[in-house]
Ligand binder design. Sequence first.
Ligand code: RB5
Length: 146
Amino acid sequence: MTVYLGADHGGFELKEALKKHLDAEGYKTVDCGTDSTQSVDYAPIAEKTCLGVLADEGGLGILCCGTGIGMSMAANKVKGIRAACCSDYFSAKYTRLHNNANILCLGGRVVGAGLAAELTDVFLKTEFEGGRHQRRIDQITEIENK
Ligand code: RB5
């Protein structure tokens, strides 16, 4: 599986830590920027990362900003993206099981690198349950298509 990574300055260091972690775990990663702690706007990076995920069936993404919230707001404006901002293990797992989230958003000023690696691992390894949850995802898509 390829993991698409994106961050603004607030999430840059966390993205770099996660990239190393994912490389060590054997994942292929695509870095959609940014490449320093210099201030940069998060929305274009969110969009670029989301387009990478959408173009790659089965691909998933990780977006980092200071809180994870701006990235999640921007990502969820991209049709076909279900982005979840998580800082606990249960949510990172269940957003895959029940919401079929395809992007995990993390706050570089909220979670440490160790917790972020755990959240990322469970997010990437957990499969969507389908069933009744597919109907609910379809309802989200219907809203998106209005
Ligand atoms: C940048 O200072 C910060 O606003 C951004 O990283 C993010 O937290 C926005 O949601």
